[in-house]
Design a binder for this molecule. Structure first.
Ligand code: GRF
Length: 206
């Protein structure tokens, strides 16, 4: 399964996925292309260090966000990606993306969606919102991506209890560690099913 990974910043989930590919835990995954929406981010260093092809498709290189989204979709299509993983990609993908790219797209979110999702719910803001809400648990959601932000059907949710007195950054670190494991598990599952040989045709009996 050829995989495209979209990133905007730190790239720790990208790192976790490429680690798993390198040590044989994802035998059916072939990282084909990393796309970032800005230059100079750590995620691009991760891709370069691992020898994965990467490109920057920045909003400012295109007349508008629709043109950028169409280019992102076309790049994934051209690279033959069956699956695109949004691993900390901070842009909403509009209809031109879904018109240009025929594969499946999944996203990682560091809470139990729909709790603490939507506009502004990125980075530490997610975990600050969890602590402020008094929720007893948070978690990780991996879901299919639709045109609506953080709203596609979940593939998996992992629950994590919130600990009394912990800080935003302590909670963020614990959730991130679970994300790193979960993304590898989900990719293992999806790649095994997507790479499986199609069933033999059933012959009509005479
Ligand atoms: C992750 O927490 C992911 O769930 C969210 O953005 C963060 C990206 O982190 N969408 P990293 O760039 O993979 O380190």
């Amino acid at each position: 399964m050829r995989l495209g990974i979209l990133v905007s910043g730190r790239g720790s989930n990208l790192d976790a996925v490429l680690d798993a590919v390198a040590d044989g835990r994802l035998p059916d995954v072939e990282p084909a292309l990393v796309i970032a929406n800005r230059h100079g981010v750590r995620a691009l260093e991760v891709a370069a260090r691992r020898g994965v092809r990467w490109r920057v498709l920045a909003r400012t290189d295109f007349p508008d966000a629709d043109a950028r989204d169409a280019a992102v979709g076309a790049a994934l299509e051209e690279a033959g990606c069956a699956l695109a993983l949004l691993a900390g990609y901070d842009q909403l993908l509009g209809p031109p993306y879904f018109e240009a790219y025929t594969g499946r797209t999944i996203n990682l979110h560091p809470s139990l969606l729909p709790r603490h999702g939507g506009w502004g719910m990125t980075g530490l803001a997610v975990h600050a919102s969890v602590l402020a809400s008094g929720d007893a648990e948070t978690g990780v959601t991996i879901h299919d991506v639709t045109e609506e932000l953080d709203a596609g059907p979940p593939i998996v949710q992992v629950r994590i209890p919130v600990e009394a007195g912990e800080s935003v950054s302590e909670l963020a670190d614990r959730v991130l560690a679970v994300e790193h494991r979960t993304v590898v598990e989900v990719l293992a599952r999806l790649s095994a099913s997507m790479s499986a040989a199609p069933p033999a045709p059933i012959r009509a009996r005479r």
